[in-house]
Design a protein around this ligand. Structure first.
Ligand SMILES: Nc1ncnc2c1ncn2[C@@H]1O[C@H](COP(=O)(O)OP(=O)(O)OP(=O)(O)O)[C@@H](O)[C@H]1O
Ligand SMILES: [Mg+2]
Length: 467
C-alpha cells in the first residue's frame, strides 16, 4: 500500500538572513512547488517493530538505501534512515533512541539527508543531523546544490602530500612529524590518553578550520574536550557530536556529517583538520545497525560491511584536487584490551599514513602524552625532517631502545657503569629526554621542539656538572 499526501513543511527558521540568503530561500520554496515530485510524499505503514529497527510495507518501490524517512506515531514525528530494502518491505533504523514506532504508523520518504555547511558553522556544536546543540541560534544552511556536488577527488587528480606542519605537541613533532593531507591514527587501550592527545592536536595553529567529530564519548567528556582542551581554537572549530547514549544511527551518521563539513571547507581552498574520536565507536555503531538488518558477523562480531565502510570514510580525507585545500585527519582507535591486532585496528592501520601508539605502561609511569616513540611511525616523516633532524631522531630512538631493553636488568641491580659507554649515556640522558617531552594540555604548544629538547638537556647537564 502506498499513500500520496501533499507535502506540508514548516518554513525553515534562519538567523536574520542577509538579502541574498532571503532570495535564495525564496527560490528554494518556489522550486519546491514547481517540482511535482516534492508535492507528493511516498508513504507506507509500519509492519514490525524491534528495539533497534522497524519494518515498513509499501515503500520498497521508491526507497533508496540511506534515504531519510519520517514516521508519524503517537509520540509525534520521528526520523530514521533506510538501512535495508527488500521487495516487500524496508528496514529503518530510527535516529531517536526510544523505538516508539507502532504497528500501522504512517511512514513517509524524505529523500537523502542534505548536509549543507555554511561558513557560520565555525564555532558551533551540532549533532549528526546538523541541528545546533550548543544552545545557540539555529544554523544557517549553505547551498544544497554545491554541497550535494562535493566529491572525493580521484587518485590522479589529487595534489601530492608534502608540506609539513607543526602540531605544537613535542613528542609528535620530533618522532612522527605530519604533513598536510596526512591521515594519522592514535592507537591505545581505554583511558590511556587518546582524547587528551587528540584535543591537544586539534589546537594546531596551522589550520584554517578544524572539524571535531566526537563519536560515542560520554556526555561529560564532550564539554571537557571542547571547553577545557580546545578552548581558544573553538572559534574556528565545528564540532559534530553523537554521545554514547544516542542511537546507533546517530553515531553512524556523525562521521559522515563531519566529513561533509570538512569537504565543504576543503573545497573553499582551506586547510582543514578533521579530528575523529573514536573510529572504533563508529565501527561499533556500524555493527549495531548492520546486525539489526540480519547481516552475519565475520570477525569478532563485526559484519563485512564494517570493513568496507571504514576505508570509504577515511579515503575522503587527504589532499584535495589541484587548487583546493586539504583534509588532514587524526583519528583515535581504541584497541580492545590493549590488543593491537583487533580487526578494526588492523583494518584502519592499513588505510592510514601513520600511527601513534600510546602505551599504558608509560601512562602508569605518569609520562604524558604516553606516546611510545619506538612503535609509532609517520610515513611522511621523511618529508618533514631535515637531514640533521633525521639523524638526531635515529640516535634518540636507539638510545631510548637501549634504555628500555635494559630496564629489567637495571632494576635487578645488575647494571654497572663504565662497561658500555653507549648504555651509560643512555642511562644518563633518556630520563632527561622523557622529562623534556612531557606536555599537558595546559602547557603552551612548542614552536620549536628540537631546540626545546636541546635546551632542556643542556640546562640539566650543566646543573649536574655544577653539583
Ligand atoms: N597530556 C596529559 N597530561 C596529563 N594527564 C593526562 C594527559 N593525557 C591524559 N591524561 C590523563 O589520562 C586520563 C585519561 O585520558 P583520556 O580521557 O584522554 O583517555 P582516553 O584514551 O581517551 O580514554 P577513553 O578510552 O575512556 O576514551 C585523563 O583523565 C588524564 O588524567
Ligand atoms: Mg577518550
Amino acid at each position: 500500500m502506498s499513500l500520496d499526501l501533499p507535502s506540508i513543511r514548516a518554513p525553515e527558521r534562519q538567523l536574520q538572513p542577509a538579502p541574498e540568503d532571503r532570495l535564495a530561500a525564496l527560490e528554494r520554496v518556489w522550486r519546491r512547488f514547481v517540482d511535482t515530485e516534492a508535492l507528493l510524499k511516498r508513504g507506507g505503514r509500519v509492519a514490525e517493530v524491534t528495539p533497534t529497527h522497524y519494518k515498513v510495507r509499501g515503500l520498497s518501490d521508491f526507497a533508496r538505501l540511506g534515504d531519510i524517512v519520517e514516521q508519524r506515531g503517537q509520540a509525534g514525528t520521528r526520523r530514521g534512515e533506510i538501512v535495508k530494502i527488500s521487495r516487500e518491505e524496508i528496514v529503518v533504523a530510527p535516529f531517536e533512541r526510544s523505538a516508539d514506532a507502532g504497528i500501522g504508523d504512517a511512514v513517509f520518504r524524505r529523500g537523502p539527508l542534505a548536509v549543507a555547511p555554511h561558513a557560520s558553522w565555525r564555532g558551533r556544536t551540532i549533532d549528526a543531523l546538523t541541528r545546533a546543540i550548543d544552545g545557540g541560534p539555529p544554523l544557517i544552511r549553505g547551498d544544497d546544490a554545491s554541497s550535494a556536488a562535493l566529491t572525493t577527488p580521484g587518485a590522479m587528480a589529487r595534489q601530492r602530500v608534502g608540506t609539513a606542519f607543526m602540531t605544537g605537541v613535542k613528542v609528535i613533532d620530533i618522532f612522527t612529524p605530519l604533513c598536510f593531507g596526512q591521515r594519522l591514527g592514535v592507537f591505545a587501550g581505554s583511558g590511556v590518553g587518546k582524547s587528551t592527545l587528540l584535543a591537544m592536536l586539534a589546537g594546531a595553529d596551522a589550520f584554517d578550520t578544524v572539524v571535531v567529530a566526537l563519536i560515542g564519548e560520554r556526555g561529560r567528556e564532550v564539554r571537557e574536550f571542547l571547553e577545557d582542551t580546545i578552548g581558544d581554537s573553538m572559534a574556528k572549530t565545528v564540532a559534530v557530536v553523537a554521545t554514547s547514549d544516542e542511537s546507533a544511527m546517530m553515531r553512524r551518521r556523525a562521521p559522515d556529517t563531519a566529513m561533509r563539513v570538512a569537504e565543504h571547507f576543503r573545497d573553499q581552498g582551506q586547510r582543514v583538520l578533521l579530528v575523529l574520536d573514536s573510529i572504533t565507536r563508529f565501527a561499533h555503531a556500524l555493527r549495531e545497525v548492520a546486525t539489526g538488518t540480519g547481516e552475519p558477523p565475520v570477525a569478532r562480531g563485526y559484519p563485512a560491511s564494517v570493513f568496507t565502510e571504514l576505508p570509504k570514510l577515511l579515503e575522503r580525507a587527504g589532499p584535495g584536487a589541484e587548487g583546493k585545500g586539504s583534509i588532514t585527519a587524526i583519528i583515535s582507535v581504541l584497541v580492545d584490551g590493549d590488543d593491537h591486532n583487533d580487526p578494526v585496528a588492523d583494518s584502519v592501520r592499513g588505510i592510514l599514513d601513520g600511527h601513534v601508539v600510546l602505551d599504558r605502561a608509560i601512562a602508569e609511569q605518569g609520562r604524558y602524552p604516553p606516546v611510545n616513540p619506538l612503535s609509532s611511525i609517520s610515513r611522511l616523516a621523511g618529508k618533514a625532517w631535515s637531514a640533521e633532524q633525521r639523524a638526531l631522531v635515529t640516535r634518540l630512538k636507539s638510545m631510548i631502545s637501549r634504555f628500555e631493553d635494559t630496564r629489567d636488568i637495571r632494576l635487578l641491580g645488575a647494571y654497572q657503569g663504565g662497561v658500555d659507554a653507549e648504555l651509560d649515556i643512555a642511562v644518563r640522558q633518556v630520563p632527561l629526554i622523557y622529562e623534556a617531552l612531557a606536555q599537558s594540555p595546559k602547557d603552551r604548544p612548542s614552536a620549536d621542539p628540537f631546540s626545546d629538547l636541546a635546551r632542556h638537556l643542556k640546562s640539566k647537564m650543566n646543573a649536574d656538572a655544577g653539583d
